[in-house]
Structure formats: structure tokens, C-alpha cells
Ligand binder design. Sequence first.
Ligand code: ADP
Ligand code: ASP
Ligand code: MG
Length: 821
Amino acid sequence: MALPVRVYKFGGTSVATAARIRRVVDLVLSEPATVRRVVVVSALGGVTDELIRCIDYALERNADYLKVVAAIRHRHEDVLAELVGAADQQSLREQLAAQWMELTELLDGISLLKECTLRTRDAIMGMGERAAAPMVAAAFRARGMASGAVEATTLVRTDDAFGEANVQFEATDALIRTAFAHLPEEQITVVTGFIATTEEGVVTTLGRSGSDYTATILGGALDAEQVVIWTDVDGVLSADPRIVPNAFPLPNLTYREAAEMAYFGAKVLHPRTMRPLQAKGIPLRIKNTLNPAAPGTLITDASDRSDGHVKAVTSIRDVAMVMLEGTGMVGVPGIAARAFGALAANHINVLMISQASSEQSICIVVREHEAAAATEALQAVFDLEVARGDISRVYATPGCAIISVVGDFMRTQAGLAGRMFATMGRAGVNVMAIAEGAAETNISAVVRADEAKAALSALHEAFAMGRERAHLVVIGTGGIGKTLLDMLARQAPYLVDRFDLNIQLVGVANRQQMLYRPEGLAYAGVLDALAEEAEPADLEALKARLIGSHMERLIVVDATASDTVINLYPDLLEHNIAVVTPNKRSNTVGQAFYNRLQRLARRRRTPYYYETTVGAALPVIGTLRDLIRSGDAIQRVEGVLSGTLAFVFDELAQGHSFSEVVTRARARGFTEPDPRDDLGGIDVARKLLIMAREMGQHVELEDVEVESLVPDALAELNVEQFMAALPTQDAYWTDRVATAQANGQLLRYVGTIEDGQLRVQVRAVDAGSPLGSLRGTDNIVLFTTRRYQPTPLVVRGPGAGPDVTAAGVLTDIVKAAELFA
Ligand code: ADP
Ligand code: ASP
Ligand code: MG
């Protein structure tokens, strides 16, 4: 039975050195042995460029080409010595020596004739791959694997369009299938990328970066289950990382998107790579040899949920615009077709055709080095029109770049092109022409080459990242704020990978300092930056800057317990800036303020989330909301909402004294610095108040009936005195606990909302009841509703601590970012 085939392609960067090749061997060997492994390799990194350099020298009769050949030769010999087993050394050395001899002869010929045909050029350029493949195969053998190298000249059949030949698929597929039918299945077959032959056996190449294409040609012919292109970046990125440093890996692309990106300049893939796979639906993966754990990019047919959005921005530099200008062209059919015909006849590749910004011209974009030839060809074909004056002139503007935004079904997004040009306008980029009749998958524009970077950065910011990007400001760098920043430092890349969600930190502030950087701050080390580069905190000024920034999807986290920071909320919400907070203050000052925030959030459709104000990350507010919104009627809410007091009563039940328990809780960090802040019950009262308001009740904090565990006599002492006086309470609590236990009951500090009444009190509950079975610092909330009764809906779990709270805040941030769209 035939094994399923997987094709792995390793680019020049992945096979640049002996150490890298060893890594390649490891990677392939870590793949399942239950598949047939086919490996495609490029030339060792940089070798193709060196070969081109040799040709250039030879054409100039500069004998330095011999030096370059010697360097190439030494490089291969060093790798060979380091990598290849003794058994293979000699024969491989001879094989390569013969090849360098052939290379030198070809170059001598060029030097002699001062001429290099495209045919000779292809023969020379393919030498890097021909040297690499047998070395890699030998490296597999050195590791005890059966392996053999095959030259793609015996597998891939093309026409004679040297430089970028066209594959003849019928012949090619047959050659590949026959060849592999005769090769042992368990051997790792290493195939040269990039090269092919014509029917007459003349070597051709598939164009620069053509090894990608070789891999998918093989994958298509062999019905591979997948093709993996291993390179030196974490997949296809949202932009060229050398131009846009914060480009990020795209988890999914369609074949069409990948093809458009490649065509419009994303160097990571050869533009034709997708073709052989598309019809058969064979998935293509792009992975990083240097970071194999990264998920990479998966290219398939499946459109994902972000359809209609811009996925990436690309550019092609070194292009020229060739303009046909004249009033006589308007409405004359066939001009474009004739122009195309003339250029095709001269083998000039048209990258883009468009209406220039002025209407009386047609703009044809070609590679810069073909601009002169293109201009001449057009002048020749339109000589009559020029003579008649219908076309006033034909001229080339060099020094241009094509900028494209790519994403499936973009055309369904009204106003997208407008946004693209507005964005470039704001960045001060002059758009010289826009693509006419752009395919649904891309919109392109021509700009001056020296403005390309500005255009790409602005577009990347506005679309590729702006789409799913949220901007974050964290106020408060205490326990929760700091934990949140640490958490984001770890989670942010995962959110990008998994959910396309890029949460970009733009500001941090605490009581003393603030740091605001609209272009982005790194999570790691941000608190050091805050200490070093910050300015004095002025939250009103920060608010004004945030509002003035018009940044999209801006989320402000208030991780303080302050009752002044909350005064920022109304203006923020009013200006579409989301607020996420674990701070209970905003919802527990007056009812009027509460109503105002709710109204603003609703009216502006701006997230205002505070799930962590009750039970930390436990889904209490969310559950309540869902119940109410789905039409349920809440009859009673009761719960233990203080981790501290849950701990105190759990420990009391074990027979420990009150003073002992409170002292221990304080020592373990379960209480506020002054334990009376917990024992007084106000914190629980606030949580109850938030829930009651969520249920639509109009109540104030004073309306909550609270049983404090701090007797009046101890209320006025300082903390030390209070701690020292605790034993005076021991007998009282021992007694109460004993009485309860005599009835099979336990004491719990319970908050209840029922019949419009809010009560916080110590209650004796049955040991077997949900409240009675609570342990440690866990929180619990029971919702008794029309639907949930007599058994209530229960939410229970850890309800305090910086870790869970920060995790809950992060959940709210993610929700806010997603809802913002
Ligand atoms: P290989 O040697 O593996 O074939 P290439 O150099 O041909 O690798 O392609 C990978 C390089 O492409 C990356 O290192 C990166 O600099 C460049 N590149 C340009 N645009 C993109 C993009 N959108 N995504 C990923 N890489 C890109
Ligand atoms: N070695 C060839 C090049 O540099 C082919 C490839 O790398 O894919 O273009
Ligand atoms: Mg490449």
C-alpha cells in the first residue's frame, strides 16, 4: 500500500551552513516515518546570487569570477567535510569538482564571447541547487537513513522561456510519478529545487525563489497530503518584516490570498507556488526552521471568519510607470489590449495597468529595467496615434513602487479603497495611480519608491493590524496591574496566533508616573521603562491625549482601587474608548453615576466591563446578565463573596480560635493590610450592590444591611492594637461555632439579595448545603430564579488573588477587543 506523501522544502537560509543542514535533518527525521518523505532544497543561502555575480564579472572580463567560484567551492567543501560520512566523502567531492569545472568552463565562454544567453544563464544559476541536493542526501545517510538525491531536470518539464520557464504539467506529472514509482518508498528523496529542463533536455529555471514552486509541483503530482515550506520566518507575515518590523504571522490564508501576496511582492513565496495545490486542495504550510514550535501559516481553500478584511500589505520596488497620455484615447476601445500585445511581443511583463489619477492617461507598470524597452515598444505600436495627436506622449517614470493590500472578498467591504487612500494621504504619501478593475483580493496603488515604506507602515497600522488590533492603556501597576502586564507579555503572541488578536500596549500609568506611546510599548520591561522614561502622572492630560489620538479599539484598564480614576470613565466611554476594570468604585458610588456609565456604554456601543469586581474571574456578572437578558426572573441571589471571610469561617470550623485565624489570614496575604477592611463587610456589601444594580434595582450602599465582624470597641484602634485585641473576640466566636455545629450547621458570611433587600450577615447553614460545603478561600454564588429552582444555578471557584483577577481582566479585555469591530 502506498504511503501518503509529504513534501518538505528548505530554502537557502535553512541550508546555509552545516549546522543548519543538521537542523533540517533533525526536522525531517522528527516527522512521522509512516509518510513518504520528499525533501526539496534550494542552493545554500546566497549561492544563487554569487553565481549571478560570476556571470556579471565574466561579462566584464573581470577574472574575479574565478575567485568567486573558488569561494563557492570552498564553502561547499567545508560543509561537506563537516556533514558527510566518510563513505560518501570521496564520491561527492568528485561529483562537485566536476560541477565546478563545468561552471568555470561556462564562465570562461561568457568571458570570451562577452555575451551570456539566457540559456547559459539558467545553466549556471541552477548549479547551486545541483550541489546542495546531494550534500543534503548524504547528510541523511550520515544519520543512518536511506536517502538519495534526484535532479529536478529529470522531473520537471518546461518550455524554453529561460529565466522563468513555464511548467508543462502533463509531461511533468507523468515524469514525477514514474520516477517515484521506481524509488524506494522508505528512502528520503532529496530533489533540487528551482531547475527543470525543456523537452530537448536543456536546463531551465522556474524564476527566483522557484524552489517553492518545485515543492508544490512535486506535491501536486504525487497527491501529497501536505507540502511544508520551511523558511526563516514564522510563516507568511502581514507585511515584509524588513520594512514593517511589527508585522505578525498570519495563521491562515487562502491560496488566492497567498498568490496575490506573492505576486505583489511578498518574497516569502514564489508567485506560482499555490497553483499545483489549489485544484487538489492540498494544504500548504509555511514554517520556521529556526522556530519549529511556532504554528506557522496554513494555506488552504477555506476562507476564515475575517473574510472581507485586509490581511496583509505588500510592495514591489524597482518598478516604473509607463504613461500613455492624450485626449484622443478617451473612450477608444482596444488601446489597452494593443498596449498589452506590444509589450507581450517584447517579453515585457506588465505588473499592473491602471487609470492614472488624471483621466486622460493609461498607466502601465513594469519592472524598472524594462521601462526603456516598454516605452519604445509602445511608441512603436502607437506611432499613428502619436502622429495624429490622439496620444500626446509616451514616457516612463522610474523610481516607483506598487503598494497592495491583500485579502479575500475585500471588494465586499464598502469604502475600503477610500480608507486605503485616505490612510496614505494622512501619511503624506502621494498616490500616483491606482489599479483599475482590481481583483477582489487586492487593491494596488503606485507611489514613489522613497515613500513606499511610509505607505506600507501606515496601511499596516490602519488595516492589517488595525483590523484585529486593540490598543491598551493600563492604569495602576499594583498587584493586579503588574500581574496583568506580565500575563500579557506571555499571552500576547498566543492571542495573535490563535485569534488574530493583537493587543498593543500604548500606555501605562500609576499614581506617580505615566508613559504614553501611541506607536506601541513592549510588555516586557514596561515597568522599568515607566520608572525611567515616564513623565509625572496627569490622568486628565492622558485622557485628553487618548481622546485626541482617535486610535481604534482603545481599551483603558483601571487596575486601581481609586475613587478618582473612575471620573475618567464617562468621557472615555463617550469617545468610544472601552473601560475594563476590577475597581468596584465606579459601580458603587451613587446610583446616578452608575446609570450614566451604563447609558453611555449602551449609547456609544462601547464596552464597559467589570466582571472582576465580583468574585474575581468567576463569571458572576456575565451569568446574571445572561439570565436577565434571556428573560429569566431572579428570585434570590446569595453567596460567599469574600475569599478572606470564607477562609476565616472554614478555619473556625476546624476548631481554631478567631484571633489565630485572622492572624494567619493576614500573614498569608488573604486580607487587606488592615484586616478590618475585610471583616467590616463593606467590600462584600459593594459586590452585592453591583449585582443588585445589574438586576435593575435602584439602591445605594447605605441600603445594604451589613453585619460587621468588627465590634465598635475595636473600630478606633490602630492596626497593631487591633491585632493585639483580637483574642477578646475568641470566646464569642467559639461559642457561636459550637452552637451551630450542635445543629449540624456551619457559619458562613453570606450576602443575600431577596425581595429588594440586600443583606450581608453571618449565617448558620447546613453542612451539606452548597454554602456549607465551601472550602478555603473559594467564592460561591447561587442564583435562584424562575428557571433555576429549587436547585439554584451555582458559580463557584477561586474568587480572589491577583492571578485570577488579572486573568479575569484579560478575559474582559479580549471580549472588549472582539466586540469593538
Ligand atoms: P528561503 O531562503 O527560505 O526561500 P526567502 O528569503 O526566499 O527564504 O523568503 C523568506 C524571507 O521573505 C523572509 O526572511 C522575509 O524577510 C521575506 N519576506 C518578505 N515579505 C514577507 C512576508 N509578507 N512574510 C514573510 N516573509 C516575508
Ligand atoms: N536558489 C534560487 C534563488 O535564490 C531558488 C530558491 O531559492 O528558491 O532564487
Ligand atoms: Mg525563497
